[in-house]
Design a protein around this ligand. Sequence first.
Ligand code: HEM
Length: 431
Amino acid sequence: MTTQAGECPFHGNSVITHTTADPVRGSGGEEPATVSPDAVDYPVADWVDVAALSTSPYPTYARLRAESPVAWVPQLNKFLVTSYAGCHTVEQDQELFSANVSGATMTRAIGAQPMLRKDDPEHAADRAPVNPVLRPKSIKEVWGPIFERNAETYLQKVAELGPDEADLNRDYAAPVASQNLIDLLGLKDVSVEQVRRWSHDFIAGMGNVLDDQSIWDRCDAATAEADRLLEELIPYYRQNPDASMVSAFANSGLPTANVAANVKLTISGGMNEPQHMVTNMVWALSNHVDQREQVLADPAWWASVFDEAVRWQSPIGMYPRETTRETVLEGVHIPAGAGIGVVVASANRDEGHFGASAAEFDINRTKRPHLAFGSGVHLCAGHWAAKTSIGQIAVPMAYERFPGLRVDQRRSESWDGWVFRGLTSLPVTWN
Ligand code: HEM
């Protein structure tokens, strides 16, 4: 089939080329059986530079939204969906856009399929046991005091390092997020450093869309260590139940393999993203001193600071789905079995949804729903835990302890990633 000039239903933009190449994952160059030739016509964004995405993804997202918010990106073997409306549509329809993605890097990374790679009813069965642990009341009453204690412990360490040496990521965000998760999961005798390493190695594996063997090696080693721990913990919690997530999973009647996969999923998602939110918030406030003054004058603004920072610099940038049948999304024909990248970091800066100032950090903006925690059945299970532990406790306590807290301009910061994105180093000072 050839694409004829003028028949393009998308944008007629010359940068987007149309193709008939087969986008069905893993099917080589074969024609998808379920797609009629007329339907195989979609924009191709073959200009996307994956390395540039990791350095600075937002210019690419802006161009994709402007030229074609649903586009086949051959380098990624996926249709990237970059508009708010497109991402929201995908998230609301698990029957058409399945989370049970074939060849999923997540299942490969943690050795079995967790809830995030299942559709209902299997997904709901895996998730139900931990919902009560993660409800607002339990987070506030059971876990709030523990999150405060952890923040206090590591603020003391930051103070000991002093305003010329402290790195907010290394010395506060990472250990606080790690210890919070150790407690919430009930992992008992593991170190902050060990869980930090597991989380980062799992995340690297889950984002390993280019199949780098050295990343798989690190990830496999972390999986083996975590599995050994769970072999002891699961029977322990069956005998000694408590309020933790591993206890809830262990006593749910779920098979041990499901429990282990979901605990490893939580180790990755439950640490890396809260860690990134500590540094995101401080970075955003350091670069917007008027808004920093506003929240320091009235702590009621902390909820808005968290919500705006998670929208503006979303720690999870993209996650995958797969079409179960041929469909049309935002005017673009997509075949059955095609890989979809739901680019929530782009949706969260969509001018069509957030207005012309979407790319700016503004805690006073009119509230509109964002997708940083996903939506639909996979809406982040830990969103209350994250909002409370970071937005209400870890970051406000850091400013109480160091009212002058800000990015240290004498030393350099670093950002990395797009599937998962955040500050890997944030030197801070406060005098
Ligand atoms: C700011 C911090 C966090 C962000 C931005 C975040 C983001 C997300 C997103 C976008 C999803 C949906 C992904 C998809 O649909 O494919 C998700 C799911 C999930 N998150 Fe989070 N998360 C955060 C913190 C946490 C924490 C603290 C926990 C655990 C204590 C957690 C546990 C989970 C779990 C278990 C799922 C899977 C839910 C399901 O499949 O039903 N997350 N998260």
